[in-house]
Design a protein around this ligand. Structure first.
Ligand code: ATP
Ligand code: MG
Length: 558
């Protein structure tokens, strides 16, 4: 699909800009797990590089040791690989450049373009002014280069308290762009770093470190989200002052927002830390590890990222499109099996006790290459509770007293008796008869039935736990923090329903963690890779069968 960044790159290649090179990077801060928004950026950066025979680096933007950890680094690497991208030799850390960045800062000081400022953080804010009022020069901005060099060196040596001094760029305190009002380049932080230990107690700020890291790596197109548009003049200013060989072009695009979802790492961390979810990989989370555990395939996520496109204007994507993408994928690739989530016992009165038949059932209606398996049929079966009503309304065509229905791949059965719990009145068992002339699920005399039910054998089916998920938030936009209402107020109390007495086909005893199935008539499910073990089968519902996207797309004329 055409997008404006592809166009820019195509033009650059035509003009032989950067010697025909395309080199992008994906620069996560290792302060959380990757989410579906990051996937958009990964697909874009790695995708653009691949299309133009270029390179894409993975660079950890690790300049804030207070929030970062190696756990996050490892999860980010494995998520990118899982998504299907490869950084080759291009794995870098901004912390690898701390010495170089320091020397660049010394150059800026020598040129009179940076100074050590002793104002407190509050004072710096005060002096900065507002959108409508210009800022005021810091009383320290006229320090000599010698004094600045001395102070900066001593900042590095650890002579000063955290927060007592910073290094600032000397640009223009009356610039209409607040980012240009002598932004902070370095701060003192007495926090050990997960890679450099306690070697450093001053750390570069994002705006300073990012452009220089891009330049050091020979990046040609530095693609970032829209909120950095106002930072671009600073990006360019730093590189211009330092006369670097490589001056990448920063290009901004709109970040991905999804309805019924929060995407900020701060908020996701809060959900994890406060136990609203079971972890970063909770299947309800929009993280890649959550989506993977839920049963999403990398292909479906890449496909989603391609379909949402790349624009210059912020918008909110309907989560139904993401669901549509995984449904489309699994519709082709997932083997069909039968599972009963809320079992109702059915005794087939005229089927001999102890007799077992092995019925043939294909794994996919349209794909014979997926093969088939045998399903055992016996005297006692389970069907879904909701597939029986003692007193059915007009449009209910499933099982009812006296009514005949088809059991998928098996026989026609007719309900002849209903057993109820004497105390509660609840239906606990049905008695049915089967017609031996309907083996395979079709009648030789052309008799029609109006419903086909899924079922499993009472003796042979195996127990399983099934987890049903719904949106994590009840509100379309939980980020709208109107009237100081916290986003957690909108958490959906019914986002997880656990069913513990499900029965599944015996063939699923060998299902491997992470494998995906369609449970006929119910939805797509995958074997949970964390809580499933030899003794316990746990399934996550990836997505229901019902596609709401097609309807939405029609309404909104996509
Ligand atoms: P947060 O603001 O929640 O902390 P972040 O955007 O700062 O997250 P980073 O680790 O800095 O997280 O992001 C790495 C890259 O992914 C950045 O280039 C960023 O622009 C991009 N990115 C982050 N969120 C999204 C999103 N929702 N859509 C598209 N790209 C995103
Ligand atoms: Mg960031």
């Amino acid at each position: 699909m055409i997008n404006f960044i592809r166009n820019i790159i195509a033009e650059d290649l035509k003009a032989n800009k950067n010697g025909g090179r395309v080199h992008t990077r994906f620069p996560p801060e290792p302060n959380g797990y990757l989410h579906i928004g990051h996937a958009k950026s990964i697909c874009l950066n790695f995708g653009l590089a691949a299309e133009s025979h270029g390179l894409c680096n993975l660079r950890f933007d690790d300049t804030n040791p207070s929030k970062e950890s190696t756990e996050y680094i490892e999860s980010i690497k494995s998520d990118i690989k899982w998504l299907g991208f490869d950084w080759g030799d291009g794995l870098f850390y901004t912390s690898d450049y701390f010495e170089k960045l320091y020397r660049y800062a010394v150059q800026l000081i020598k040129k009179g373009k940076a100074y050590v400022c002793d104002l407190s953080p509050e004072e710096i804010r005060e002096y900065r002014g507002t959108l409508t009022e210009p800022g005021k020069d810091s009383p320290y901005c006229k320090r000599s280069a010698e004094e600045n060099l001395d102070l900066f060196e001593r900042m590095r040596a650890g002579e000063f308290e955290e927060g007592s001094r910073v290094l600032r760029a000397k640009i223009d305190m009356s610039s209409p762009n607040l980012n240009m009002r002598d932004p902070v380049l370095y701060r003192i932080l007495r926090i050990p770093h997960h890679r450099t230990g306690d070697k450093w107690c001053i750390y570069p700020m994002y705006d300073y470190a990012h452009c220089l890291s891009d330049s050091i790596e020979g990046i040609t197109h530095s693609i970032c989200t829209l909120e950095f548009e106002d930072h671009r003049p600073l990006y360019d200013w730093v590189l211009d002052q330092l006369n670097v060989d490589c001056h990448p072009q920063q290009i901004e695009f709109a970040r991905l927002n999804l309805n019924y979802t929060v995407m900020s790492k701060r908020k996701l961390l809060e959900l994890v830390e406060n136990g609203h979810v079971s972890g970063w990989d909770d299947p309800r989370m929009p993280t890649l590890s959550g989506l993977r555990r839920r049963g999403y395939t990398p292909e479906s996520i890449r496909n989603f990222c391609e379909r949402i496109g790349v624009a210059k204007r912020d918008s909110v994507v309907d989560v139904a499109l993401l669901e549509h993408c995984i449904r489309e994928d699994l519709n082709q690739s997932a083997p069909r099996v039968m599972a009963v989530l809320r079992p109702l016992r059915v005794v087939i009165d005229n089927y001999p006790e102890g007799k077992i038949e092995e019925l043939d059932a294909p794994y996919h209606p349209d794909d014979p290459s997926m093969g088939s398996r045998k399903i055992p049929f016996s005297h006692v079966l389970y069907i879904e509770q909701e597939d029986f009503l003692e007193d059915p309304p007009k449009k209910f065509f499933r099982l009812a007293p006296g009514r005949e229905v088809r059991l998928r791949y098996a026989y026609y059965i007719t309900c002849v008796d209903v057993v109820k719990d004497k105390r509660t009145g609840e239906v606990v068992e049905l008695h049915c008869t089967y017609d031996p002339e309907t083996r395979g699920g079709w009648s030789r005399d052309g008799r029609k039935v109006k419903a086909t039910l899924h079922w499993v054998s009472g003796f042979h089916s195996i127990p399983a736990e099934v987890r049903l998920y719904d949106h994590l938030f009840t509100k379309e936009n939980p980020n709208e923090e109107k009237d100081n209402i916290d986003f957690k107020t909108y958490l959906n109390p019914n986002s997880l329903e656990i069913l513990t007495s499900c029965r599944v086909e015996p063939v699923l005893a060998n299902a491997t963690p992470g494998s995906r199935y369609q449970f006929e008539r119910i939805g797509y499910f995958s074997v949970d890779s964390v809580d499933s073990s030899d003794g316990a089968l746990v399934f996550n519902r990836t997505v229901t069968l019902r596609d709401s996207w097609t309807k939405i797309a029609k309404r909104e004329k996509f």
